[in-house]
Design a protein around this ligand. Structure first.
Ligand SMILES: [Zn+2]
Length: 387
């Protein structure tokens, strides 16, 4: 271990430079204009894997963005860890809220990071973490201290719903076989409290379109006589939470697993400082489903949120328009045993039902993901028997 630490100490600057290089590539998977950059990042990942001694490294094309895979089998009798990560990033908008270029990484010292932190799109989601695993591999492999087999699977579509990952996994089931999957694409409680995430909420991502009159109207001529789709959409969205901040879509909670009182008590032992939480967000008060703590609201309970809302005029100055259409992107976070498609269907049926007669609505299901909870095994992972 000392040799490994020594190696890291000696190569720290190079590691950092290599990571900054990766962060400079705008691998925005959602934007077709960046398709080439996404491909370039995949290839850069493959180069890194090969350089540190990973075998069978290949950039696998998919129907969307490629998946990078490589492995180091030291001994088939030893356990195998599969490291999952993603090299794609979220779009960087709104650009004007960045203090420095999203793809021009800078290291800054802040109150939260007195030793300095990297500010760039993807630095902590998820290029930074993937890179950390590659460098950990390098440091251990160089010293001949790799205690297990390691596989890397790094995808480029996490930020757009991992649409081609399922098919890839099914197709390469044997290649991907492992005992443990290591994912560093989650959060920790705080910088002083390393944490292991044992569950993740799922997702149903919807887009709605509300149409009123057949064209944009002048509010001076028509205002007050024709339903404004933006007003109607706001009202429909507002109606989706009741006074207890419970989601009002019929059947929405039917499959929600009720977590036992004992487990809830245990999870509420995790460090949580409400005052600091509010201060960090600069809000006077917290909001959420009645009867649940913040830790529970963000883990064992589902949620519904508007991710974007638009329509009419949002440019400089004023325009007295009564828009013909209004839109919103709305996502729901799901918990076991809710199913993404079922929730999407319930949402669509409800949204159509609550639409008043003076508008037409269109609901589109973008993508989803299923909630997952892993068993919490308290024994050493090395004791796991191999299948
Ligand atoms: Zn991520």
């Amino acid at each position: 271990m000392q040799k490994v630490q020594h190696f890291i100490e000696q190569n720290k600057d190079r590691f950092l430079e290599e990571l900054l290089e990766l962060l400079r590539i705008p691998s925005v998977s959602a934007d077709p204009a960046h398709k080439g950059d996404v491909q370039r990042t995949a290839e850069a990942m493959a180069v890194h894997l090969r350089k540190v001694g990973v075998d069978k490294v290949q950039v696998y094309p998919t129907a969307g963005h490629p998946i990078v895979y490589g492995e180091k089998m030291v001994d088939p009798a030893k356990p195998t860890i599969l490291v999952y990560g993603h090299y794609d990033v979220q779009p960087a908008d709104p650009i004007d809220l960045w203090h420095s270029g999203p793809f021009e990484p800078v290291i800054k010292k802040t109150e939260l990071h007195p030793d300095g932190a990297i500010f760039a799109r993807g630095s902590c989601d998820d290029k930074g973490q993937v890179f950390m695993h590659i460098k950990a591999f390098e440091a251990m492999a160089v010293n001949g201290e790799l205690p297990c087999n390691v596989k890397f699977m790094i995808e480029g579509e996490e930020e757009v719903g991992s649409v081609n990952l399922g098919a890839f996994c099914r197709e390469h089931k044997h290649m991907l076989a492992c005992d443990v999957i290591l994912i560093s694409d989650t959060s920790i409680i705080d910088n002083q409290t390393p944490s292991i995430t044992t569950g993740l909420r799922g997702l149903s991502y919807m887009e709605v379109e509300v149409t009123g009159p057949n064209r944009d109207l002048h509010s001076g001529v028509y205002g007050g006589a024709v339903a404004n789709p933006a007003n109607i959409l706001a009202k429909m969205i507002a109606s989706m939470h009741d006074e207890n901040n419970h989601i009002t879509i019929p059947g929405f909670y039917d499959d929600v697993e009720e977590v036992s009182a004992a487990e809830r008590a245990e999870m509420n032992k995790a460090p949580y400082d409400e005052k600091a939480y509010k201060a960090a967000l600069d809000v006077n008060d917290l909001w959420g489903e009645k009867g649940y703590t913040t830790l529970e609201r963000t883990s064992i309970r589902p949620a519904l949120d508007v991710n974007g809302i638009w329509g009419g005029y949002s440019g400089e100055g004023a325009k007295t328009v009564l828009p013909a259409k209004a839109f919103a992107k709305i996502s729901m976070r799901l918990v076991p045993n809710q199913k993404s498609k079922k929730i999407a269907d319930l949402f669509a049926a409800h949204f159509e039902k609550i639409a008043p007669t003076y508008v037409k609505v269109k609901v589109t299901y973008h993508h989803g993901g299923e909630p997952v909870v892993t068993p919490r095994i308290r024994r050493n992972i090395w004791l796991l028997t191999r299948r």
